[in-house]
Structure formats: C-alpha cells, structure tokens
Design a protein around this ligand. Structure first.
Ligand SMILES: Nc1ncnc2c1ncn2[C@@H]1O[C@H](COP(=O)(O)OP(=O)(O)OP(=O)(O)O)[C@@H](O)[C@H]1O
Ligand SMILES: [Mg+2]
Length: 272
C-alpha cells in the first residue's frame, strides 16, 4: 500500500477578480511504503522543488486535507483524503504553534486530542524537548522565542503524535543560513527515530539535495511533476557532504532541471 498517492490531480482556483487560475494539471506522485528486511517501516524523505507559484503548497495542502483537487484523487495510507487527520502532520513556513499555549502544552496538544494518558504525554514531551534542544523553555510562550526555536516547537508538536506522513512547507525558509543548517541536521536526526514519510517543500536546491532520498521537480503553472531525481548519498549525512564534488554535481543537475521546469509552463522564466 502506498503512503501517498496523488493521481492525475488538477486544481483550478478562482481569483479575487473571478478569473480562473489553473494551478495544477495532471499531477502524479506515488510514495510507496517501504519496509526493511525485518519488516520495519522505513520512512522516506521526499522533496518537492519548483519555482514560486507552481503549486507546491497546494499539493501539500491537498495531501493534508486542507484543500481539494478539482480533478483527480489523493490517497494517504490507502484512504481517500477527505480532511485533516492525525495520520498527517503539517509544518508551515510561518510559525504555527498556538500562541496561548506554552512550549510543553503545544507539544502535548495533539496527544491530548488523541486521548493519550498523562504519563505517556509527559514522557513524550520530555523526550521531544530534549531532542529539539528546547530544555529549559518548557514553560515559555512561543512568541518569546527566536524564529528557529519557534520552528523547533512546531516540529516537535507535529511529530509528537507520530504521524505516518509529515508535510513540511518551506519550514526553514524564514531562518538565517546558520540556523537553517542546524535545523536540517536536527530534522534528519528526529526523522530517523520516527520512520515517518516526509514530504518537504523548498526552493533551495542545496537543502533539497542534502535532505532528500528523492526530489520531484514541479514545473511552473500549471504545475505538474516533470522530473524525479534520486539522491544516493548514505546516511547519516553531515555538513562535509555539501563540500564534496558529487554533492555539487547533483546540485547542478537539480538546478538545471529546475531552470528547465521554470520555463516549462511558459508563464515566467525564473532566473535562479
Ligand atoms: N486560494 C486560492 N485562490 C486563488 N488562487 C490560489 C489560491 N491558492 C493558490 N492559488 C494560486 O495557485 C498557484 C499555486 O499556488 P501555491 O501557493 O500552491 O504555489 P507555491 O508553489 O507554493 O508557491 P511559493 O513557492 O511562492 O510558495 C498560484 O498561482 C497561486 O496564486
Ligand atoms: Mg508555497
């Protein structure tokens, strides 16, 4: 059974002036549920890469159940998506923790909704606070924290419920370069513990190559998946990889594909 199936999906929006905007056309994406030789679920790390406005967020939102296709179908774990659910977590570019809850309460929130008992909730919160480097800030409110810390709260909150699919829409886009690279390493570390399948959106080719098992290149509007690039580098990956020739070669290959994809829809040519 596939974790995610996007089958021939199209999405037409009506803009503020009443004009129709064809955001997506014929999008197909199949992410299989792979298991290791012992039958244990191995999470995939997939990245959507594409020019601005090509429909990346729309694809993610449809998998999350926050938006719906005009044509075609979206399935998660074999079930047609009809709305949001605890099997899918989502992290956005803007910090999306609850402002009226503390760090610990934010992380605990989804567990409470699921009816998880107090003791197990406390254990999960303690573990995630440690894993995300938020120890000492359990009782702080998100707005008192830096952008990077707020995003760590959002990540901890979304993985606390152990979703089988984690959708991340440019989660590090607003962070400075150094914080961003620390967050990439943190995310990979947490991900190896969770076996979640991650679908991650970014504009940043270097980030895509560093994180992904496989990258999907989306063309400009109407968006569709026009290229798929496997990333063969072993894990755990470290910063040193970014300096290697094979990394830069793959980065160039992805950049070339992205340039081609940006011209593909014929709307705008993006200079990268
Ligand atoms: N609710 C909406 N109403 C009208 N048009 C929309 C709506 N949501 C998205 N669009 C349009 O659909 C297209 C795809 O938008 P989307 O946000 O998915 O792109 P994106 O690839 O995530 O862009 P970016 O890289 O800038 O985040 C854009 O042209 C956008 O203006
Ligand atoms: Mg977007």
């Amino acid at each position: 059974m596939n974790k995610i199936s996007v089958r021939n999906v199209g999405r037409i929006f009506t803009d503020a002036e009443g004009r129709q905007v064809e955001a997506l056309r014929g999008v197909n994406l199949e992410i299989a549920d792979e298991v290791d030789p012992l039958g244990k679920d191995i999470g995939e790390f997939r990245v959507l890469l594409g020019p601005s406005g090509c429909g990346k967020s729309t694809i993610l939102r449809m998998i999350a159940g926050l938006d719906f296709p005009t044509t075609g179908e979206v399935y998660v774990n074999g079930k047609r998506v009809e709305g949001p659910g605890p099997d899918r977590g989502m992290v956005f570019q803007k910090y999306t923790s609850f402002a009226w809850l503390t760090v610990a309460e934010n992380i605990e929130y989804g567990l409470k909704l699921k009816g998880v008992g107090e003791r197990e909730r406390a254990e999960t919160v303690a573990h995630l606070v440690q894993a995300t480097g938020l120890a000492g800030f359990e009782n702080a409110y998100p707005h008192t924290l830096s952008g990077g810390m707020q995003q760590r709260v959002a990540i901890a909150r979304s993985i606390a419920v152990r979703p089988s699919v984690l959708l991340m829409d440019e989660p590090f886009g607003a962070l400075d370069a150094q914080t961003r690279s620390g967050m990439q390493d943190l995310l990979m570390k947490i991900w190896t513990e969770t076996a979640a399948t991650i679908l991650f959106v970014t504009h940043d080719v270097g980030e895509a190559v560093y994180l992904a098992d496989r990258m999907y290149v989306v063309s400009s509007r109407p968006g569709s998946i026009v290229d798929e690039i496997a990333v063969p580098f072993a894990r755990p990956r470290t910063e040193a990889l970014k300096g290697e020739a094979r990394f830069q070669e793959l980065e160039n290959r992805a950049l070339e594909s992205l340039r081609h994809a940006a011209g593909h829809g014929g709307q705008v040519r993006v200079t990268l």
